[in-house]
Design a protein around this ligand. Structure first.
Ligand code: BJW
Length: 241
């Protein structure tokens, strides 16, 4: 680890026995995937959020939203994990217990080698029926809107939109990791979306040290013991070195 960081932070990480990490869209920004809320490039400035990120929006315009996600998936498949993703995967060699909770659907952590990843908001690799529990299938190659073989409803990305329940087992695993870690590292998330934003607070309530890595302050920042300001793909490799 390097002189770039204060000794308290280095000591905190060196002493960590159980580390829980929460990542958001900022983690993948330097891989070339735009964040949601960035004022200049955020996805939600080019597409109404209700149309992209809710079931009601999807059902109003399934073809348009499907097309948007299909293009988004092509973009994800074309990019690579960045040095920040790689650095987080390397942390597993230094710390005996590492749990990585991600809000991202891009699987870049797994591609970088992280082994214990909770995909809180689902994945862009699979699709499911928008009307019922009719199974999961792989993302199709063709861009046309696929229909459920059981009921004929439009199939949808296997992700979690606003107003939708998250997978209970994933919430429980994330809760447990937050309650039992001694260090919690939040990276590149605006800290606005629940329940993800509650996990750093849970960790802090259980006396974990909270590290906040972001380009700017967020609602999480004032609770953090250490605040790192800068791009994740630059800071994380230096921190892990
Ligand atoms: C960098 C960087 C660099 C940039 N380096 N940093 C009040 C009213 C209505 C609803 C609610 C309410 N209070 C709570 C809710 C619930 C709602 C919610 O939280 N709403 C808030 C907006 C208020 N939550 C839900 O609805 C959740 N479900 C739920 O609660 O269910 C309960 C329920 C119970 C019973 C029955 C039914 C339901 C579900 C939330 C699902 C969120 N889904 C999305 C889309 C996923 C699919 C997809 O990816 O396409 O998840 S929305 C979007 O937000 C996406 C993200 O994962 C998520 C978080 O965004 P994130 O990652 O923080 O990104 P950004 O862009 O916001 O921030 C990027 C950050 O990175 C910034 O801070 C930058 O500075 C930083 N940065 N470059 C370091 N290089």
């Amino acid at each position: 680890m390097t002189e770039l960081f204060d000794q308290g932070l280095i000591a905190t990480l060196r002493a960590a026995r159980s580390l829980t990490i929460l990542t958001g869209a900022g983690m993948s920004a330097e891989s070339g995937i735009p964040t949601f809320r960035d004022s200049l490039t955020g996805l939600w400035n080019t597409f109404e959020i209700e149309q992209v990120a809710s079931l009601a929006g999807y059902l109003q315009q399934p073809q348009a939203v499907w097309g948007w996600y299909h293009t988004h998936r092509q973009q994800i498949l074309a990019v690579q994990p960045n040095l920040g993703h790689v650095a987080l995967a390397q942390l597993e060699q230094h710390i005996s217990s590492v749990t990585l909770i991600t809000q991202n659907i891009d699987a870049l952590h797994q591609r970088a080698g992280s082994s214990n990843v909770i995909e809180l908001h689902g994945t862009i690799d699979t699709i499911r029926c928008s009307a019922g529990d009719h199974g999961i299938s792989a993302w199709p190659d063709q861009p046309d809107l696929p229909l459920c073989a059981v009921c004929g409803a439009p199939l949808r990305p296997d992700v979690v939109w606003f107003g939708e329940r998250l997978d209970l087992a994933k919430i429980q695993a994330a809760e447990f990791a937050s309650q039992t870690c001694d260090v919690f590292l939040a990276i590149g998330t605006s800290g606005l979306v629940a329940p993800a934003a509650t996990f750093p607070m849970t960790a802090r309530a259980h006396r974990a040290r909270l590290i906040d890595l972001n380009l700017e302050d967020t609602p999480l920042s004032r609770h953090a013991r250490h605040r790192l300001r800068g791009p994740a793909a630059q800071l994380l490799p230096a921190l892990v070195a």
